[in-house]
Design a protein around this ligand. Sequence first.
Ligand code: GTP
Ligand code: SPV
Ligand code: MN
Length: 612
Amino acid sequence: MNAAVDVFKGNDVAGKEAAGSRLESLNAWVAQVVALTQPDQVHWCDGSESEHANLVAAMQADGTLLPLNRETHPHSWLHRSHPGDVARVEHLTFVCTPDRDEAGPNNHWMDPVAAHAKMDALFAGCMRGRTLYVVPYCMGPIDSPLARCGVEITDSPYVVVNMRLMTRMGAPALARIEREGLDRAVRGQAGDTYVKGLHSTGDLDPERRFIMHFPHELTIKSFGSGYGGNALLGKKCHALRIASHQARQEGWLAEHMLIVGIENPHGQTHYIAAAFPSACGKTNLAMLIPPEGYRQAGWKVWTVGDDICWMRRGQDGRLYAINPEAGFFGVAPGTSDSSNPNALATISHHTIFTNVAVTDDQEPWWEGLDGRTPALDWQGRPYSPEQGPAAHPNSRFTVSARQCPSYSARAEDPQGVPISAIVFGGRRASLVPLVMQARDWTHGVLMGAAMGSETTAAATGAVGVMRRDPMAMKPFCGYNFADYFAHWLSFDTADARLPEVFHVNWFRKDADGKFLWPGFGENLRVLQWMLARVEGRARATETPVGWLPTADDLELEGAGVSAAAMAELLQFDPEGWREEVEALGAYLDEFGERMPPTLKAEQQRILRALSE
Ligand code: GTP
Ligand code: SPV
Ligand code: MN
């Protein structure tokens, strides 16, 4: 008999007989982790309503979850995290590959043997007095060939209930993992297909906090944080860092992109995938509500995903994308009935809020929501403006995607949706125009590689500092950016029908520091131009940095933007760009010989054109 069976006899949270798996290797791994971490109890999560209810009741009893106003926000809770644990910690996040260069200068690296030793020392005995939860999950529609599974072991019930919203968690995922595992065993194949993630909140001491990735072992070890991107391992750790490594080996793409469908008045829908850095507008674009005139004309917008996109080539040569997630872990501040009514409707029930403020009616509140004054700030203190914002700038909501009024019927399509346009964008106060189009795929890859953006509260550290964030993947690419760009370039084959590539900037400011472009719903005007370009119907003017529309090429009626503002938004500044493209060359050189010559040549071509 399997030695692992012993550890499954303990009581679980529901008080019923605890389960195990039909997969010996999974039982063995759980047993090994139990021996290391010494939990009091082991609970295999099935994802059921009753399991969820028990977890919530226990967290309400110990104060992990605080009930919100039941009338206005049924089945919703507030979680206040430790004030020192409110964002991703990029300086404590590592990619551990045998060869350092494989991780590249874009990642913090540690030798895998040293990293395991360091992490196992932290995990030793860390679950004493706690329950260990085994959380099987599937990233992507459960019946999709593009979907991949994982198992997260965690001692955080908050993580469990968040994983239930963010992934397909529980019995169906375990069944898929077992089926894949048993199939492999029958075929005599070694190794597992699912990602093993080990997580403990530890004691939340930032000195004892690390997020480690072992892409070759499909393994993640995360200790000392309960925050989203550090602790919900299916999300950034699996679906981006580990998956990007797998995608490179297997010929697909794992990207930090939203997926949105734009339906025109003729009933034709184009899907767009867009990469913007953290807290730079993905959720908002994915849930966009068309301006009044567009709605009347019959335009509709369909949300497929707001953060992560897995894409692969279909038989017809086009790229097909799925959203590996099942929920949204969205930024709360700035979400309002005018900026994002779809998000507001989505989070009106069955939602977990983390680090928002509350009103005296126990309603969740954040800056930008409305004109009320909250009673308590995100730390539970009586609100006083001298102590900073009421809601933490990186406060978030977790909610099932199915609650979104614009959720696309195609979001659950196992084959994914065909992508017509890829959009890159960042937060750039100057230089970068509202929109431009790449001349071809190679130029598009360079546009992505050239992305720069001002830092946001999504990661700890200074906010508003310009940094390079190629394809919005700086914190998330699980391998060397030089190899990543080469991988992107490799999609350009003779029979490929690749999407058009664009670059946008919703965040350009005037001399007074005010945004020049109204953004949000009005962004549809820019998407409309892009899709007309895809269909070969819209005009543009060529510049060395790409094709730009003039104000006449965009539909601006009712946008409320002055001609002067439009001129500034669409202006091309050759001198500024020359400096930018020179700096880009220096950046590409930081990767040495590994940088694909094609990309370097493209940068040189543009630099020459700018100097003419
Ligand atoms: P992550 O979940 O961190 O990956 O972020 P995200 O890219 O989904 O960002 P999100 O859509 O949540 O936007 C973050 C912030 O940018 C919010 O405060 C929004 O109000 C603001 N924002 C989004 N779209 C626009 C826009 O078009 N214009 C302006 N000015 N602000 C925007
Ligand atoms: C981001 O920071 O890009 C997020 C939030 O989407 S987290 O899941 O914490 O990474
Ligand atoms: Mn993100």
